[in-house]
Design a protein around this ligand. Structure first.
Ligand code: SF4
Length: 311
């Protein structure tokens, strides 16, 4: 197989059959976190890099192989929508299978009406948005000359208006680059305007060839989840479990955690249940005493109840 790989297990898309439409690396951006290394030469013109009939034949072979496939995912060794036959491929796949289709894209070509039109039949589109300001956009995504932040946002905004499938915006959080409160505030402002169905917070978990995309601290990730939740539900990789150590100084421990990042109420409850194993009355009492200390207030965001330090 030249174009199709998998199905591979994906946290977001289950058993995902990948379809790579591009010669490596063909991209409009040169992101600091790119797994494919530096973009040596920008590609900005759409082309049918490989015959679309050959790609379709491979997809159909994989679909007919009987392997369980949850999603057919168009993704590229670069920017997926640079492939000119993408709309045709999505339409042809839709004629022969009910397996949903996803397109992973950096979103840089969404200002082109033809690209937006070609994506309309996809069940979900996952464009990137890593910055809420032109300055950060340039710093993280390092686009080809002529690809501006304003154009990127306008493309996303227009696509949201025209597209009735699921729009899942992907935000890559990079330590020291876009994980500050100010950067997240800017992102929230833009995301609130775009109104995605979901935000997928992703992290630079693997070393990058260029080596400058460090992983944010857990506290920053949790704060990002909290802040971004005000724009849309957030699918995130924050580690789930919190431990409280001992019952002594519970108020100080919980205050310390809440000072670093908003605390999900159900996580706090679960941590107390672990601490007071089998003694539900003590859990209830501890929750009540903590809250009545007056140090916290409760905020509902993204369907979750959080405890934050009272300002
Ligand atoms: S958009 Fe994707 S392929 Fe292009 S440089 Fe960024 S991470 Fe790499």
């Amino acid at each position: 197989m030249n174009y199709v790989f998998g199905p591979v297990s994906s946290k977001r898309l289950g058993q995902s059959l990948g379809v790579d439409l591009l010669p490596s690396k063909s991209c409009t951006w040169n992101c600091i976190y790119c797994q494919l290394g530096r973009t040596k030469e920008f590609v900005t013109e759409r082309q049918e890099f490989f015959p679309k009939e050959e790609i379709l034949a491979e997809i159909l072979d994989a679909v007919n192989s009987g392997k369980p496939i949850d999603w057919i995912t168009f993704v590229g060794s670069g920017e997926t929508t640079l492939y000119k036959g993408l709309g045709w491929l999505i339409a042809e796949v839709k004629k022969v299978t009910s397996i949903p289709v996803a397109v992973i894209t950096n979103g840089s070509l969404l200002s082109d009406p033809e690209v937006r039109q070609e994506l309309l039949e996809a069940d979900t589109v996952l464009p990137s948005l890593n910055a809420g300001s032109a300055e950060l956009f340039e710093r993280i995504d390092r686009p080809a000359p002529g690809f501006t932040f304003e154009q990127h946002i306008e493309g996303l905004r227009r696509f949201r208006q025209e597209y009735s499938g699921k729009l899942w915006v992907e935000v890559m959080l990079v330590k020291g680059v876009n994980d500050s409160e100010a950067a997240l505030r800017d992102l929230v402002a833009v995301l609130s305007e775009i109104k995605p169905d979901m935000i997928h917070l992703v992290l630079p978990t693997r070393p990058t060839p260029e080596g400058y995309a460090p992983m944010p601290d857990e506290d920053r990730i949790r704060r990002a989840v909290f802040m971004l939740s005000s724009a849309a539900p957030v699918n995130h990789p924050a580690k789930g479990e919190m431990t409280l150590g001992s019952a002594a100084d519970l108020l100080e421990t919980v205050s310390g955690i809440a000072a670093r990042h908003p605390l999900q109420e159900r996580e706090l409850q679960a941590a107390l249940e672990k601490l007071f194993e089998g003694e539900s009355a003590k859990v209830e009492q501890a929750m009540a005493e903590l809250f009545s200390s007056g140090r916290f207030e409760k905020v509902r965001q993204g369907g979750e109840l959080y405890w934050i330090i009272r300002s």
